[in-house]
Design a protein around this ligand. Structure first.
Ligand code: SD4
Length: 341
């Protein structure tokens, strides 16, 4: 399965130039020049680069496309990130998010998501079942309730009241994968396949406002009731419109332990570039895990976007990639720098 991931990454990289060319024509942005060195984060001046959208993994590319339609038209970042991650939520081929997500060890697909805007408004749902677009429910929690987080049955009841439809999210492919897993019933997530692929997305819009969204079906084969980092503001996602934004993918327990995304933002506040801030937190996580048995299946990746529109990312192991879309280079997939080989 690791090979499948590598194959998918290569296949996507192989086709990205063509895909990007078309999409950029559609959206009026320039195609990415693969010969040009990636800016992993520093413009070296005070000019704000905007709009920009960055998101995790291969499925970040089509998600960015959707978000870009809104950002490029001068729309709000919050609308863009919601629309962007909904693409992955609806895609049955994405086995780590929304419809088609791999279930927990009882065969139930349980979803976590959160969203945050430039004024510290945020909404979140966790352990939500049978609702395809948890990110939109999270946004409703933010806009329609005095609270930030709803979980389980309460979250579902709220979603139904808001007009969301109840549906079966366990696809035949996901059920097949679950039946395979049941044969050994071992919880040892396969790196880059079973313990992440959450889609996290960060954007800076034409007004210079930051926003972010994060949505996942969580770690495959988790204990029923387990909630990861992705719906937790400060862990899976955090932003401060004065400074920058950050989001995570990977083993949620490690991200929660270190308040990962909040820490990345705080490091940027102290003057670190997005890339340096992501790297420092990944190294901190490595130090915590280096003598633990669960290091064996630990993968962690962070993306960050600051107030100047500079971006960066860093991960623990090879295999993590992220998609960036901006006016300079279009929509492209970038392999994350990593700590361990
Ligand atoms: C979690 N961070 O629940 C998520 C895992 C992930 O696709 O990235 N899943 O721990």
């Amino acid at each position: 399965m690791i090979d499948r991931r590598k194959f998918l990454t290569k296949a996507t990289l192989g086709t990205v130039a063509v895909g990007t060319l078309y999409s950029c024509v559609d959206n009026g942005i320039k195609p990415h020049d693969p010969r040009k060195k990636e800016s992993a984060g520093e413009t070296g001046n005070n000019e704000v680069r905007k709009p920009v959208v960055i998101s995790t993994w291969n499925h970040g590319l089509p998600a960015n496309e959707e978000a870009w339609k809104i950002l490029n038209g001068g729309g709000a970042g919050l609308d863009a990130v919601e629309a962007g991650v909904r693409v992955a939520e609806a895609d049955p081929k994405v086995s780590s998010v929304g419809y088609g997500g791999w279930p927990d060890r009882e065969g139930k697909v349980t979803l976590d998501a959160c969203i945050m805007d430039h004024e510290f408004n945020c909404g979140s749902v966790a352990f939500l079942q049978n609702i395809k677009h948890p990110i939109s429910v999270a946004r409703k929690v933010m806009e329609k309730t005095p609270h930030i987080m709803l979980v389980g049955e309460g979250a579902k009841q709220f979603a139904l009241e808001q007009g969301f439809k109840e549906e079966n999210l366990l696809t035949p492919d996901a059920e097949k994968a679950y039946r395979e897993w049941l044969r050994k019933s071992e919880y040892k997530p396969i790196i880059n396949v079973e313990n992440h692929d959450t889609i996290s997305m960060l954007a800076i819009d034409e007004n210079g406002n930051l926003s972010g969204a994060c949505t996942t079906s969580g770690a495959a084969w988790k204990v029923h009731g387990r909630v990861g980092d992705s719906p937790i503001i400060g862990a899976g996602l955090f932003l401060d419109n004065e400074v920058g934004s950050a989001a995570a993918t990977g083993l949620g327990e490690a991200v929660i332990r270190t308040a990962g995304s909040a820490m990345v933002v705080e490091l940027m506040r102290q003057g670190k570039s997005p890339q340096q801030a992501c790297k420092e937190i990944v190294e901190r996580i490595y130090d915590i895990y280096k003598n633990r048995p669960d290091l064996e299946y630990l993968q962690i990746g962070f993306i960050a976007l600051n107030k100047q529109g500079e971006y960066g990312a860093y991960c623990l192991r090879p295999g993590f990639n992220y998609a960036v879309c901006d006016n300079d280079e279009g929509n492209r997939l970038i392999d994350g720098e990593y700590k361990m080989s």
